[in-house]
Design a binder for this molecule. Structure first.
Ligand code: KG4
Ligand code: ZN
Length: 365
């Protein structure tokens, strides 16, 4: 089955062509056009500018994509598109393009939840034997808009068991980068700076749990010991703001910026790892999956993997292949494939070009 997919929920315009056979998802082609340069001067994504860029880019990308992959109505079986959540003006561009293709070429159309896409990003390009994930699955999805622990008893069955009460982890990275003058998007900039900080053995345990590297810039680990699986990152961002306010020389000193980035990143990783392990002890998943833009963070990937190995040796751990942590359309194709394959009534997808509506706050179901 060949799936054509489109993703325009935020500031990346993405299209992909994925071949699904016996649960093996090979990406025939994937295109992503980033709008970073457009939004960088504003320090964040401007929804109407994002929509304008999608509108400018998507038709040209599709034309190029169709030509170079010789795509026609004859060799596509399914169209998948991100239906939500996301910025409504941005989502409308992708959903309308997908609806037009589905209508003109008489192909079934599946609307995909963006977070489901991030979970299924773990299977992009996988070999069939690696696809055999053990349920229940516990997924930690960390992106610019979401920080969620999701329990899946089977495919497409989602229960949110923990989530952020305020900022998402990626949002906190972006805001801290702004405070430190590191530009947008913040995650890659903060983690690149954190890497510059020479790593000494931890000097001790943080009073709230986790490691402590540098007592001078010690930051809180919000909610790390709370008796639930929720998160909070806005206080951590404010703690960085106050640290800079009280030590303005930080902003003029690259080494101090690197130190603070290191401590901030470690604080986020400590909380994410701690809560994921806590959830795993409670729900005893067969597999733990990581997804979302923040899953590109090397320390998060590594430290979560180490803790799972140390504490939950029977639990499988999967992370997205390089290039599929951040927003992309291949992940939408894989999630769309499962929605189509497992649906009892497949005919309903034929009319979706009439019915599908973009939803900014689409719930995970
Ligand atoms: O999933 P994504 O591409 O878009 C949303 O769905 O939001 O995630 C983007 C987020 C941004 O907040 C970005 O700063 C963060 O992922 N991010 C990172 C890294 N790369 C991207 N955060 C931490 N470390 C990274 N290496
Ligand atoms: Zn995303």
């Amino acid at each position: 089955m060949r799936i054509l997919s489109v993703e325009t929920s935020c500031d990346d315009t993405a299209v992909a062509l994925v071949e699904a056979s016996k649960n093996n998802f090979s990406v025939i082609d994937s295109l992503i056009s980033s709008q970073i340069k457009v939004h960088a001067p504003f320090g964040g994504v401007v929804p109407n500018l994002a929509a304008r860029e999608h509108l400018r880019n998507l038709p040209m990308m599709l034309k190029k994509f169709f030509r170079r992959n010789k795509i026609s109505s004859e060799n596509i079986d399914l169209v998948a598109v991100t239906q939500g959540p996301g910025l409504i003006p941005a989502l409308l561009v992708g959903t309308n393009a997908a609806k037009a293709i589905s209508c003109a070429w008489k192909k079934p159309l599946v609307g995909v939840h963006h977070i489901a896409g991030h979970i299924y990003a773990n299977f992009v390009g996988e070999k069939p034997k690696n696809m055999e994930i053990a349920f229940p699955v516990l997924a930690l999805v960390v992106s610019g808009g979401h920080t969620e622990l999701i329990l899946m008893k089977k495919h497409l069955n989602y229960k949110i068991v923990g989530e952020t009460l305020d900022d998402a982890a990626g949002e906190a990275f972006d805001k801290v980068a702004r405070i430190l003058g590191l530009g947008y998007p913040g995650g890659p900039a903060v983690s690149a700076n954190a890497e510059k900080f020479p790593i000494f053995p931890p000097t001790g345990d943080h009073p709230q749990g986790g490691k402590i590297q540098n007592p001078k810039f010690s930051l809180p680990r919000p909610m790390i010991n709370s008796n639930n699986l929720d998160f909070s990152f806005s206080g951590l961002k404010t703690a960085v703001l106050y640290t800079v306010r009280d030590n303005p020389k930080i902003l003029k000193n690259r080494k101090l910026i690197a130190r603070l980035c290191f401590e901030f990143q470690q604080a986020v990783v400590d909380v994410l790892v701690h809560k994921t392990i806590r959830a795993a002890k409670k729900y005893k998943p067969g597999s733990i999956l990581l997804g979302g833009g923040v899953s590109a963070n090397k320390e998060l990937r590594k430290q979560l993997g180490e803790e799972i190995k140390n504490l939950l040796s029977n639990t499988k751990y999967k992370i997205p292949a390089a290039g599929y942590s951040l927003d992309n359309a291949a992940m939408i194709a894989v999630a769309g494939y499962y929605q189509f394959k497992l649906a009892k009534n497949k005919k309903k997808f034929n009319d979706n070009w009439k019915n599908l509506e973009a939803e900014a706050d689409l719930g995970l179901r």
